[in-house]
Design a protein around this ligand. Structure first.
Ligand code: RP5
Length: 167
């Protein structure tokens, strides 16, 4: 059994500059993860094999990023009962093609679709952490601390702004 709780898949190595943001957030949250390039279109058999192995090794959430006709998250959701989070990537048409291909799943095969690009990749990791926190007290505690830190950061930036405006 591996310590990796999240697997990050991407349709092409060209997606890495976006998808690496998901790994960075998971690392910050102290959650084990793995990453691979698997294409729904170019390597369908290897994609399914990767998912099967990840399941067998204890991975609990799957994050899938792809651009253009982005079928990776949908194919993975069709193959696995694990929660699947889809990250649309802007490889053409400002990412609208990937957004619609990822989000418009038929009933019964859900893909939790986040925003296009790096913001979406980051939120995919945050959402994966929230899912894991349901059964992992350490992750729950890390998320609580992160929420407090985010609040304090915003309030500190406002205090700085107010000081500059009044000074
Ligand atoms: C998708 O096609 C990939 O996810 C990528 O976003 C896009 C272009 O792939 P490359 O031609 O750069 O390999 O399958």
């Amino acid at each position: 059994m591996s310590k990796d709780k999240v697997a990050i898949l991407m349709g092409s190595a060209s997606d890495l500059p976006v998808m690496e943001a998901a790994g960075d957030v998971l690392t910050d949250l102290n959650i084990g993860w793995r990453m691979a390039v698997r294409s729904a279109h170019r390597t369908p058999e290897e994609t399914v094999a990767y998912v099967r192995k990840a399941e067998a090794e204890g991975v609990q959430v799957l994050i899938c990023g792809a651009g253009m006709a982005a079928h990776l998250a949908g194919v993975v959701a069709a193959e696995s009962l694990l929660p699947v989070i889809g990250v649309p990537i802007n490889a053409s048409l400002d990412g609208m093609d990937a957004l619609l291909a990822t989000v418009q799943m038929p009933p019964g095969i859900p893909v939790a679709t986040v925003a296009v690009g790096r913001a979406g990749a980051k939120n995919a990791a945050w959402l994966a952490a929230r899912i894991l926190s349901l059964v992992d007290e350490d992750v729950a505690a890390t998320l609580s601390a992160a929420k407090i830190a985010q609040r304090e950061k915003v309030l500190a930036s406002d205090a700085e702004l107010q000081a500059r405006l009044s000074g």
